[in-house]
Design a protein around this ligand. Structure first.
Ligand code: ADP
Ligand code: MG
Length: 317
């Protein structure tokens, strides 16, 4: 009680702080004040949101930290707002070296909309980074990225989350030796008593990254993320070249003029018939043996294991 009295005395002796200034110990470091957030550049946009590079500069001396700020596209209200809110709730719970760090939130319009503040990864996504760095990126480095993605995904699975959008566009590059998983916009948390998540509402799906059970039954298992990891690995091994992207290559495997809803139907047919993405050019044999189990029944084929009846065949040599 003596301390409380002393502190009361201190505040009484001090003049009132100027408006807009808050004593430092009362500031929640995860609450960002919109007044001090200054946009520097656009970083990218996806289906629901856009991400901007901003400087957070509460001292106003131009030396504030750089952060990545995700918000909804201007027309995104209602259901989409709920997407971003869920993404914030997910990121808030994740702490891992290979997962993009959550920094906080920033409210706008008197609390009606919220922005997500994350650490800024200067080299952008693997999809933007790899095609430009092809000559500086050897196999060892690619495999090291793959390992880091595995470690991040392993942690995510251990927390009972299913990412549902693992792809090179959602893996961010901190520097040439570190990558982190980002974009938790479609991530779902599995209930205690369930081993999968059934998706009911579906607006957009990255179908070429999805395992057959997701496409056919809307069921997502942790192993469905393993399939998406296989597709991501394929992207890594092709240096994310647009001409050999999963979109381009799968579309070539579908009958001519397949589009819209038919894409899903035809894709499922093609997968059930056993077609898979081809072995990336120059992908060495050693890669497969070092990283994946081989399936004895399918000679010369390398399989990434998923726990259900389907397996993703990554490489046919
Ligand atoms: P969406 O849910 O709309 O796909 P993402 O979270 O995937 O949004 O972000 C879109 C793009 O913005 C990414 O592909 C990447 O290029 C860029 N980006 C996202 N987060 C960051 C970050 N923390 N640092 C740097 N660039 C980022
Ligand atoms: Mg994305």
């Amino acid at each position: 009680r003596a301390i409380v009295r002393d502190l009361t005395g201190v505040s009484e002796q001090n003049p009132v702080l100027p408006p807009g200034r808050v004593p430092i110990q009362e500031v929640d470091p995860t609450v960002f004040d919109i007044r001090f957030l200054r946009k520097i550049d656009d970083l990218g946009e996806g289906q629901f949101g856009k991400v901007e590079l901003c400087q957070y500069d509460p001292r106003g001396d131009g030396r504030g930290e750089l952060v990545a700020v995700k918000s909804l596209k201007s027309n995104g209200k209602g259901q989409l707002a709920c997407h971003l809110r869920r993404e914030i709730d997910t990121m808030r719970e994740l702490y891992h070296h290979n997962i993009v760090k959550y920094k906080g939130v920033c409210s706008e319009e008197g609390g009606r909309t919220t922005k997500l503040i994350m650490e800024y990864l200067p080299a952008g996504s693997l999809k933007d980074y790899l095609p430009k760095r092809k000559h500086q990126t050897d196999l060892k480095r690619l495999l090291n990225y793959a390992l880091q993605i595995c470690q991040g995904m392993d942690y995510l699975g251990s927390q009972r989350f299913i990412h549902r959008d693992l792809a090179a566009r959602n893996v961010l590059v901190e520097n040439e030796s570190t990558v982190k998983i980002g974009d938790f916009g479609l991530t779902k948390s599995m209930k205690e008593d369930k081993s999968y998540y059934t998706v009911k509402e579906e607006t957009f799906s990255p179908v070429f990254w999805y395992a057959p059970e997701c496409l056919m039954d809307c069921k997502f298992y942790p192993a469905s993320d393993v399939w998406s990891f296989g597709v991501t690995l394929y992207e890594l091994m092709t240096y994310c070249e647009p001409s050999s992207s999963p979109n381009t290559v799968y579309k070539e495997m579908l009958p001519n003029k397949t589009n819209g809803q038919m894409t899903l139907t035809r894709l499922v047919e093609v997968l059930i018939a056993g077609s898979r993405l081809p072995c990336p050019p120059r992908c060495p044999d050693t890669v497969s043996f070092r990283w994946f189990s081989t399936n004895q029944n399918l000679r010369d084929t390398v399989v990434i294991f998923t726990s259900r009846s389907f397996a993703f065949i990554a490489y046919n040599h």
